[in-house]
Design a protein around this ligand. Sequence first.
Ligand SMILES: Nc1ncnc2c1ncn2[C@@H]1O[C@H](COP(=O)(O)OP(=O)(O)OP(=O)(O)O)[C@@H](O)[C@H]1O
Ligand SMILES: [Mg+2]
Length: 279
Amino acid sequence: MTAPAANGDQDREVLRMEGITLRFDHITALDRVDFALRGGETCIIQGAAGSGKTVLLKIALGLIRPDEGHIYIFGKEMTGAHEQDWMEARAAMGILFQEGGLFDSMTIEENVAYPLENIKAVHCPRNEVRPRVEQALQFVELGHTLEKVPSELSGGMRRRVGIARAVVTRPQLVLYDSPTAGLDPITATTIMALVAKERDTRHTATALATHRYQDGHLLANYTWDAAQARLVRSLGGGSAARTRFLVMADGRKVFEGSQDELESSTDEYISQFARRWKE
Ligand SMILES: Nc1ncnc2c1ncn2[C@@H]1O[C@H](COP(=O)(O)OP(=O)(O)OP(=O)(O)O)[C@@H](O)[C@H]1O
Ligand SMILES: [Mg+2]
């Protein structure tokens, strides 16, 4: 499979799921979910604990196979694909796992190098691994931590290492599973600034599961300004127009729309995920 050559490939279909159903024994974790993401788009996935956010992201990566439905990655049907094809597809996708997913026994350098050295389809020559790892760690402002192990870093720093590992392969699509969970508000904003920085400097399609409405609000209304090295309010609705909100309930997609549409919802469950923010 050939992934698009450049991330600037806006509007190209990156991911599409149709009628995805996933069952675990007596639980229907996903119930006929449709989901699509195009180049340059951001999708914020909200919903109560256990509503299916993580399993949806894991299905997008081929880490869990659905019981029913179809999945397409960069336009290619992956339903029932062999692991080898999924490995190739994953070369163009990055993930920040909900629990961070760093290997405790490896150094930070080894952790970030892992996808470069283990996903064959990434094709990273040996002598380029170290510079790529350094660059990814500098991106998250942790260039000085190469020799440390995860337990020597704070929770927020470990999350940043997770982002470095998710983007080190320069993916077209990055999936973030609850990147701000359990962090203080200041550290959470730092993490979200990195998510926006990755999205806006490399034009990656972004899917982000979160419990915090502020996270979606930030991605819909702010843009990373490289010259000022900070987030600035988006002009002309640029990010908002390319940001969709999705709300899950008991494995079903119960809402999909813009931030305005989410905030206008009168549904008791959905409106809980749409706290209006005064600025
Ligand atoms: N490996 C598994 N075995 C059995 N059930 C599972 C497994 N993984 C997930 N589930 C179930 O699938 C449902 C969806 O779980 P999921 O982890 O996607 O929820 P979530 O929306 O990510 O929740 P949270 O906000 O707590 O992260 C839950 O009922 C969960 O118990
Ligand atoms: Mg989860």
